[in-house]
Design a protein around this ligand. Sequence first.
Ligand SMILES: NC(=O)c1ccc[n+]([C@@H]2O[C@H](COP(=O)([O-])OP(=O)(O)OC[C@H]3O[C@@H](n4cnc5c(N)ncnc54)[C@H](OP(=O)(O)O)[C@@H]3O)[C@@H](O)[C@H]2O)c1
Length: 357
Amino acid sequence: MNGLKKLEIVQIGLGHVGRATAQIVLEERKNWLDGYGIDIGYRAVADTSGALPGEDLLAQAVRLKEEGGKLSELGTEPIEDVLRSPVPDGCVRAVVDLAVHGGSYDLDMLGVESGAYLVLSNKGPLSGTMQEYRELVGRLPGRLWHEATVGAGMPIISTLDMLQESGDEVLEIQASPSGTLGYIMGEVEKGHAFSEVVKKAVELHYAEPDPRDDLSGLDVARKAIILARKMGREIEPEEIPYESLVPEGLEDVSLEEFMERLPEADEAFRERISSVGEGRRLRYLAKVPREGAVEVGLVEAEVESAFGPIDGPENVFDFRTRRYSDVTLTVSGPGAGPERTASGVVFDLLDIAHKTL
Ligand SMILES: NC(=O)c1ccc[n+]([C@@H]2O[C@H](COP(=O)([O-])OP(=O)(O)OC[C@H]3O[C@@H](n4cnc5c(N)ncnc54)[C@H](OP(=O)(O)O)[C@@H]3O)[C@@H](O)[C@H]2O)c1
Protein backbone atom coordinates (compact mmCIF):
# COMPACT_ATOMS: atom_id res chain seq x y z
CA MET A 1 0.00 0.00 0.00
CA ASN A 2 1.42 3.38 -0.98
CA GLY A 3 1.49 6.25 1.50
CA LEU A 4 1.81 4.21 4.70
CA LYS A 5 3.02 6.51 7.42
CA LYS A 6 2.39 4.46 10.49
CA LEU A 7 2.09 0.93 11.77
CA GLU A 8 0.05 0.75 14.96
CA ILE A 9 0.31 -2.19 17.31
CA VAL A 10 -2.48 -3.67 19.38
CA GLN A 11 -0.58 -6.09 21.58
CA ILE A 12 -2.38 -8.86 23.43
CA GLY A 13 -0.12 -9.96 26.29
CA LEU A 14 2.44 -8.05 28.33
CA GLY A 15 4.20 -11.05 29.85
CA HIS A 16 7.85 -11.97 29.30
CA VAL A 17 7.71 -11.83 25.50
CA GLY A 18 5.27 -8.90 25.51
CA ARG A 19 7.51 -6.77 27.71
CA ALA A 20 10.63 -7.63 25.72
CA THR A 21 8.77 -6.69 22.51
CA ALA A 22 7.59 -3.35 23.94
CA GLN A 23 11.10 -2.61 25.13
CA ILE A 24 12.64 -3.25 21.71
CA VAL A 25 9.97 -1.14 19.98
CA LEU A 26 10.47 1.77 22.40
CA GLU A 27 14.27 1.60 22.11
CA GLU A 28 14.60 1.06 18.36
CA ARG A 29 11.77 2.92 16.71
CA LYS A 30 13.70 6.14 16.23
CA ASN A 31 16.21 4.14 14.17
CA TRP A 32 13.40 2.62 12.08
CA LEU A 33 11.93 6.06 11.48
CA ASP A 34 15.32 7.54 10.52
CA GLY A 35 16.46 4.49 8.55
CA TYR A 36 13.32 3.32 6.77
CA GLY A 37 10.74 6.06 7.31
CA ILE A 38 8.64 3.58 9.28
CA ASP A 39 6.73 4.97 12.25
CA ILE A 40 5.80 2.14 14.62
CA GLY A 41 3.77 2.90 17.72
CA TYR A 42 1.33 1.36 20.16
CA ARG A 43 -2.43 1.77 19.84
CA ALA A 44 -2.88 -0.38 22.99
CA VAL A 45 -1.43 -3.18 25.09
CA ALA A 46 -3.64 -5.68 26.88
CA ASP A 47 -3.40 -8.24 29.64
CA THR A 48 -6.25 -10.30 31.07
CA SER A 49 -7.58 -7.22 32.94
CA GLY A 50 -8.14 -5.12 29.80
CA ALA A 51 -6.42 -2.85 27.30
CA LEU A 52 -4.32 0.18 28.15
CA PRO A 53 -4.80 2.67 25.30
CA GLY A 54 -2.01 4.81 23.85
CA GLU A 55 1.60 4.64 24.89
CA ASP A 56 2.04 7.44 27.43
CA LEU A 57 1.93 4.90 30.24
CA LEU A 58 3.61 2.06 28.36
CA ALA A 59 6.98 2.20 30.16
CA GLN A 60 5.12 2.35 33.49
CA ALA A 61 2.94 -0.56 32.40
CA VAL A 62 6.00 -2.68 31.63
CA ARG A 63 7.37 -2.01 35.14
CA LEU A 64 3.97 -2.73 36.70
CA LYS A 65 3.71 -6.09 34.91
CA GLU A 66 7.27 -6.97 35.97
CA GLU A 67 6.12 -6.52 39.56
CA GLY A 68 3.09 -8.75 38.99
CA GLY A 69 0.44 -5.99 38.68
CA LYS A 70 -2.56 -5.74 36.36
CA LEU A 71 -3.05 -3.10 33.68
CA SER A 72 -6.47 -2.24 35.12
CA GLU A 73 -4.53 -0.40 37.87
CA LEU A 74 -3.56 2.16 35.20
CA GLY A 75 -7.01 2.45 33.62
CA THR A 76 -8.12 0.06 30.91
CA GLU A 77 -10.88 -0.31 28.36
CA PRO A 78 -12.24 -3.55 26.90
CA ILE A 79 -9.77 -5.00 24.38
CA GLU A 80 -12.74 -5.89 22.16
CA ASP A 81 -13.53 -2.15 21.75
CA VAL A 82 -9.96 -1.44 20.68
CA LEU A 83 -9.98 -4.32 18.20
CA ARG A 84 -13.32 -3.20 16.73
CA SER A 85 -12.23 0.43 16.38
CA PRO A 86 -11.55 1.52 12.80
CA VAL A 87 -7.95 1.64 11.59
CA PRO A 88 -7.01 5.32 11.01
CA ASP A 89 -6.39 6.44 7.43
CA GLY A 90 -2.82 6.02 6.21
CA CYS A 91 -2.15 3.53 8.97
CA VAL A 92 -1.74 -0.24 9.10
CA ARG A 93 -2.70 -2.08 12.25
CA ALA A 94 -1.00 -5.20 13.52
CA VAL A 95 -2.65 -7.27 16.21
CA VAL A 96 0.27 -8.89 18.02
CA ASP A 97 -0.86 -11.93 19.96
CA LEU A 98 1.69 -12.70 22.69
CA ALA A 99 -0.82 -14.34 25.00
CA VAL A 100 -0.80 -17.96 26.05
CA HIS A 101 -2.54 -20.75 24.13
CA GLY A 102 -6.06 -20.62 22.79
CA GLY A 103 -7.80 -17.95 24.92
CA SER A 104 -7.03 -15.19 22.45
CA TYR A 105 -8.37 -16.86 19.27
CA ASP A 106 -11.62 -14.86 19.27
CA LEU A 107 -9.70 -11.64 19.89
CA ASP A 108 -7.40 -12.37 16.96
CA MET A 109 -10.44 -13.00 14.75
CA LEU A 110 -11.97 -9.72 15.87
CA GLY A 111 -8.81 -7.84 14.93
CA VAL A 112 -8.61 -9.58 11.59
CA GLU A 113 -12.25 -8.77 10.80
CA SER A 114 -11.41 -5.08 11.36
CA GLY A 115 -8.66 -5.32 8.74
CA ALA A 116 -5.58 -5.84 10.91
CA TYR A 117 -2.50 -7.91 10.13
CA LEU A 118 -1.79 -10.64 12.66
CA VAL A 119 1.56 -11.40 14.28
CA LEU A 120 1.78 -14.36 16.65
CA SER A 121 4.24 -15.81 19.10
CA ASN A 122 1.26 -17.62 20.61
CA LYS A 123 0.96 -21.08 19.02
CA GLY A 124 -2.61 -21.58 20.28
CA PRO A 125 -4.52 -19.94 17.41
CA LEU A 126 -2.71 -22.05 14.78
CA SER A 127 -2.68 -25.38 16.60
CA GLY A 128 -6.35 -25.93 17.42
CA THR A 129 -8.84 -27.73 15.20
CA MET A 130 -8.50 -27.66 11.41
CA GLN A 131 -11.78 -25.77 11.24
CA GLU A 132 -10.41 -22.96 13.44
CA TYR A 133 -7.18 -22.95 11.48
CA ARG A 134 -8.98 -22.74 8.13
CA GLU A 135 -11.22 -19.92 9.38
CA LEU A 136 -8.32 -17.88 10.70
CA VAL A 137 -5.87 -18.46 7.84
CA GLY A 138 -8.63 -18.18 5.23
CA ARG A 139 -9.42 -14.67 6.39
CA LEU A 140 -5.79 -13.65 6.34
CA PRO A 141 -4.39 -14.26 2.89
CA GLY A 142 -1.06 -12.45 3.01
CA ARG A 143 -1.77 -10.94 6.41
CA LEU A 144 -0.45 -13.58 8.86
CA TRP A 145 3.09 -13.48 10.29
CA HIS A 146 4.16 -16.01 12.93
CA GLU A 147 7.91 -16.53 12.86
CA ALA A 148 8.14 -16.64 16.67
CA THR A 149 5.68 -19.54 17.03
CA VAL A 150 8.40 -22.04 16.02
CA GLY A 151 12.06 -21.59 16.97
CA ALA A 152 11.50 -18.25 18.80
CA GLY A 153 13.67 -15.71 16.91
CA MET A 154 15.19 -18.27 14.52
CA PRO A 155 14.27 -18.15 10.80
CA ILE A 156 12.24 -21.36 10.64
CA ILE A 157 8.87 -20.29 9.25
CA SER A 158 10.62 -17.96 6.79
CA THR A 159 12.96 -20.80 5.70
CA LEU A 160 9.95 -23.04 5.09
CA ASP A 161 8.27 -20.22 3.14
CA MET A 162 11.42 -19.63 1.11
CA LEU A 163 11.78 -23.32 0.22
CA GLN A 164 8.14 -23.76 -0.76
CA GLU A 165 7.68 -20.43 -2.53
CA SER A 166 10.80 -21.06 -4.63
CA GLY A 167 9.28 -24.35 -5.85
CA ASP A 168 11.19 -26.82 -3.68
CA GLU A 169 9.28 -29.71 -2.14
CA VAL A 170 9.74 -30.29 1.58
CA LEU A 171 9.85 -34.06 2.12
CA GLU A 172 10.41 -34.10 5.87
CA ILE A 173 11.31 -31.83 8.76
CA GLN A 174 12.95 -33.44 11.75
CA ALA A 175 13.41 -31.09 14.65
CA SER A 176 14.37 -30.61 18.24
CA PRO A 177 12.07 -27.61 18.57
CA SER A 178 11.90 -27.20 22.33
CA GLY A 179 14.62 -25.08 23.89
CA THR A 180 13.35 -26.25 27.25
CA LEU A 181 13.60 -29.97 26.49
CA GLY A 182 16.93 -29.50 24.69
CA TYR A 183 18.26 -27.73 27.78
CA ILE A 184 16.81 -30.30 30.19
CA MET A 185 18.16 -33.33 28.29
CA GLY A 186 21.62 -31.75 28.01
CA GLU A 187 21.81 -30.83 31.71
CA VAL A 188 20.55 -34.23 32.94
CA GLU A 189 23.13 -35.89 30.66
CA LYS A 190 25.81 -33.88 32.51
CA GLY A 191 24.64 -35.43 35.79
CA HIS A 192 22.30 -32.76 37.18
CA ALA A 193 19.04 -33.87 38.81
CA PHE A 194 15.93 -33.69 36.57
CA SER A 195 13.95 -31.70 39.17
CA GLU A 196 16.71 -29.10 39.62
CA VAL A 197 17.09 -28.65 35.90
CA VAL A 198 13.33 -28.15 35.40
CA LYS A 199 13.30 -25.48 38.13
CA LYS A 200 16.22 -23.72 36.49
CA ALA A 201 14.47 -23.82 33.09
CA VAL A 202 11.48 -22.04 34.65
CA GLU A 203 13.72 -19.43 36.33
CA LEU A 204 15.44 -18.70 33.02
CA HIS A 205 12.02 -18.41 31.29
CA TYR A 206 13.04 -21.14 28.85
CA ALA A 207 10.04 -23.10 30.06
CA GLU A 208 6.39 -22.20 29.55
CA PRO A 209 4.79 -20.62 32.63
CA ASP A 210 3.69 -24.14 33.69
CA PRO A 211 6.65 -26.40 32.74
CA ARG A 212 4.26 -29.32 32.22
CA ASP A 213 3.30 -27.70 28.90
CA ASP A 214 6.87 -28.41 27.78
CA LEU A 215 7.41 -31.70 29.62
CA SER A 216 4.11 -33.11 28.40
CA GLY A 217 5.31 -32.72 24.81
CA LEU A 218 2.28 -30.56 24.03
CA ASP A 219 4.42 -27.56 23.12
CA VAL A 220 6.44 -29.67 20.65
CA ALA A 221 3.22 -31.21 19.30
CA ARG A 222 1.83 -27.69 18.72
CA LYS A 223 4.95 -26.73 16.77
CA ALA A 224 4.74 -29.98 14.79
CA ILE A 225 1.12 -29.16 13.84
CA ILE A 226 2.09 -25.65 12.73
CA LEU A 227 4.92 -27.02 10.55
CA ALA A 228 2.75 -29.82 9.14
CA ARG A 229 -0.04 -27.40 8.24
CA LYS A 230 2.43 -25.03 6.61
CA MET A 231 3.58 -28.03 4.55
CA GLY A 232 0.00 -28.29 3.35
CA ARG A 233 -1.16 -31.14 5.58
CA GLU A 234 -4.68 -31.14 6.96
CA ILE A 235 -4.03 -32.55 10.39
CA GLU A 236 -6.00 -32.55 13.64
CA PRO A 237 -4.28 -32.29 17.04
CA GLU A 238 -5.44 -35.79 18.04
CA GLU A 239 -3.59 -37.27 15.06
CA ILE A 240 -0.29 -36.42 16.77
CA PRO A 241 0.26 -38.60 19.83
CA TYR A 242 3.10 -37.23 21.92
CA GLU A 243 5.23 -38.78 24.63
CA SER A 244 4.93 -37.11 28.02
CA LEU A 245 7.87 -36.57 30.38
CA VAL A 246 5.54 -35.47 33.20
CA PRO A 247 5.97 -38.02 35.98
CA GLU A 248 2.93 -40.25 36.43
CA GLY A 249 0.55 -38.94 39.08
CA LEU A 250 1.73 -35.33 38.76
CA GLU A 251 -0.27 -34.46 35.64
CA ASP A 252 -3.19 -32.83 37.43
CA VAL A 253 -1.80 -31.60 40.76
CA SER A 254 -1.33 -27.87 41.43
CA LEU A 255 1.77 -26.21 40.01
CA GLU A 256 3.14 -25.77 43.53
CA GLU A 257 2.69 -29.46 44.39
CA PHE A 258 4.14 -30.46 41.03
CA MET A 259 7.36 -28.52 41.68
CA GLU A 260 7.57 -29.84 45.23
CA ARG A 261 7.16 -33.51 44.24
CA LEU A 262 9.29 -33.41 41.09
CA PRO A 263 12.39 -34.88 42.85
CA GLU A 264 10.41 -38.17 43.10
CA ALA A 265 11.15 -38.62 39.39
CA ASP A 266 14.90 -37.93 39.51
CA GLU A 267 16.07 -41.53 39.83
CA ALA A 268 13.88 -42.92 37.04
CA PHE A 269 15.03 -40.17 34.71
CA ARG A 270 18.69 -40.77 35.52
CA GLU A 271 18.21 -44.48 34.71
CA ARG A 272 16.47 -43.67 31.41
CA ILE A 273 19.42 -41.49 30.37
CA SER A 274 22.05 -44.06 31.36
CA SER A 275 20.25 -46.86 29.46
CA VAL A 276 20.92 -45.11 26.14
CA GLY A 277 23.16 -47.08 23.74
CA GLU A 278 26.80 -46.25 22.96
CA GLY A 279 27.24 -43.41 20.45
CA ARG A 280 23.68 -42.19 20.98
CA ARG A 281 21.96 -39.36 22.84
CA LEU A 282 18.41 -39.21 24.10
CA ARG A 283 16.62 -36.33 22.37
CA TYR A 284 13.02 -35.15 22.28
CA LEU A 285 12.22 -34.81 18.59
CA ALA A 286 9.38 -34.07 16.21
CA LYS A 287 9.31 -35.81 12.85
CA VAL A 288 7.02 -34.17 10.29
CA PRO A 289 6.98 -36.02 6.97
CA ARG A 290 5.11 -34.85 3.89
CA GLU A 291 2.89 -37.93 4.24
CA GLY A 292 2.41 -40.48 7.01
CA ALA A 293 2.57 -40.30 10.78
CA VAL A 294 3.83 -37.19 12.55
CA GLU A 295 5.88 -38.40 15.54
CA VAL A 296 6.69 -36.52 18.74
CA GLY A 297 8.73 -38.09 21.53
CA LEU A 298 12.06 -39.33 22.85
CA VAL A 299 14.43 -40.74 20.26
CA GLU A 300 17.93 -42.22 20.64
CA ALA A 301 19.71 -39.98 18.14
CA GLU A 302 23.18 -40.74 16.73
CA VAL A 303 25.87 -38.54 18.31
CA GLU A 304 26.97 -37.57 14.76
CA SER A 305 23.45 -36.55 13.73
CA ALA A 306 22.36 -32.89 13.78
CA PHE A 307 20.70 -33.61 17.14
CA GLY A 308 23.65 -35.23 18.97
CA PRO A 309 25.55 -32.05 19.91
CA ILE A 310 22.54 -30.16 21.34
CA ASP A 311 23.57 -28.57 24.62
CA GLY A 312 21.46 -25.85 26.20
CA PRO A 313 18.28 -24.21 24.97
CA GLU A 314 19.23 -24.90 21.40
CA ASN A 315 16.78 -25.79 18.65
CA VAL A 316 17.70 -27.81 15.58
CA PHE A 317 15.54 -28.01 12.45
CA ASP A 318 16.63 -30.40 9.74
CA PHE A 319 14.85 -29.89 6.40
CA ARG A 320 14.97 -32.72 3.85
CA THR A 321 13.68 -31.45 0.53
CA ARG A 322 13.86 -32.33 -3.15
CA ARG A 323 16.77 -29.89 -3.54
CA TYR A 324 18.36 -30.69 -0.16
CA SER A 325 18.15 -34.49 -0.19
CA ASP A 326 21.78 -35.70 -0.25
CA VAL A 327 22.74 -33.10 2.37
CA THR A 328 19.91 -31.74 4.48
CA LEU A 329 19.41 -28.06 5.28
CA THR A 330 19.94 -27.59 9.00
CA VAL A 331 19.03 -24.47 10.93
CA SER A 332 20.14 -24.41 14.55
CA GLY A 333 20.47 -21.91 17.34
CA PRO A 334 18.93 -20.78 20.61
CA GLY A 335 15.19 -21.34 20.33
CA ALA A 336 13.85 -19.88 23.56
CA GLY A 337 13.96 -16.79 25.75
CA PRO A 338 11.85 -13.63 25.81
CA GLU A 339 14.31 -11.30 24.04
CA ARG A 340 15.00 -13.75 21.22
CA THR A 341 11.31 -14.47 20.79
CA ALA A 342 10.63 -10.73 20.79
CA SER A 343 13.24 -10.36 18.02
CA GLY A 344 11.16 -12.71 15.87
CA VAL A 345 8.03 -10.68 16.64
CA VAL A 346 9.72 -7.37 15.85
CA PHE A 347 11.18 -8.76 12.65
CA ASP A 348 7.64 -9.72 11.57
CA LEU A 349 6.42 -6.18 12.36
CA LEU A 350 9.19 -4.64 10.27
CA ASP A 351 8.49 -7.11 7.46
CA ILE A 352 4.82 -6.06 7.45
CA ALA A 353 5.86 -2.41 7.36
CA HIS A 354 8.36 -3.00 4.53
CA LYS A 355 5.88 -5.03 2.47
CA THR A 356 2.96 -2.65 2.93
CA LEU A 357 4.94 0.53 2.28
N1 LIG B 1 9.02 -17.35 26.47
C1 LIG B 1 9.52 -17.88 25.34
O1 LIG B 1 10.72 -18.15 25.21
C2 LIG B 1 8.61 -18.15 24.17
C3 LIG B 1 9.17 -18.60 22.95
C4 LIG B 1 8.32 -18.79 21.84
C5 LIG B 1 6.95 -18.57 21.98
N2 LIG B 1 6.45 -18.18 23.20
C6 LIG B 1 5.01 -17.98 23.29
O2 LIG B 1 4.77 -16.58 23.49
C7 LIG B 1 3.61 -16.40 24.29
C8 LIG B 1 3.94 -15.52 25.48
O3 LIG B 1 4.89 -16.15 26.32
P1 LIG B 1 5.33 -15.47 27.69
O4 LIG B 1 6.49 -16.24 28.16
O5 LIG B 1 5.44 -14.00 27.50
O6 LIG B 1 4.02 -15.78 28.61
P2 LIG B 1 3.55 -15.00 29.92
O7 LIG B 1 4.73 -14.36 30.58
O8 LIG B 1 2.69 -15.92 30.69
O9 LIG B 1 2.63 -13.80 29.37
C9 LIG B 1 1.38 -14.01 28.81
C10 LIG B 1 0.66 -12.68 28.75
O10 LIG B 1 -0.55 -12.85 28.02
C11 LIG B 1 -1.62 -12.25 28.74
N3 LIG B 1 -2.86 -12.92 28.37
C12 LIG B 1 -3.16 -14.25 28.43
N4 LIG B 1 -4.40 -14.48 27.96
C13 LIG B 1 -4.88 -13.27 27.58
C14 LIG B 1 -6.13 -12.83 27.02
N5 LIG B 1 -7.11 -13.69 26.72
N6 LIG B 1 -6.29 -11.50 26.78
C15 LIG B 1 -5.30 -10.61 27.06
N7 LIG B 1 -4.10 -10.96 27.59
C16 LIG B 1 -3.91 -12.28 27.84
C17 LIG B 1 -1.24 -12.43 30.19
O11 LIG B 1 -1.97 -11.51 30.99
P3 LIG B 1 -1.88 -11.50 32.62
O12 LIG B 1 -0.53 -10.87 32.92
O13 LIG B 1 -3.02 -10.67 33.04
O14 LIG B 1 -1.97 -12.94 33.04
C18 LIG B 1 0.26 -12.11 30.11
O15 LIG B 1 0.47 -10.70 30.11
C19 LIG B 1 3.15 -17.82 24.71
O16 LIG B 1 2.10 -18.23 23.85
C20 LIG B 1 4.38 -18.68 24.48
O17 LIG B 1 4.04 -20.00 24.15
C21 LIG B 1 7.24 -17.95 24.27
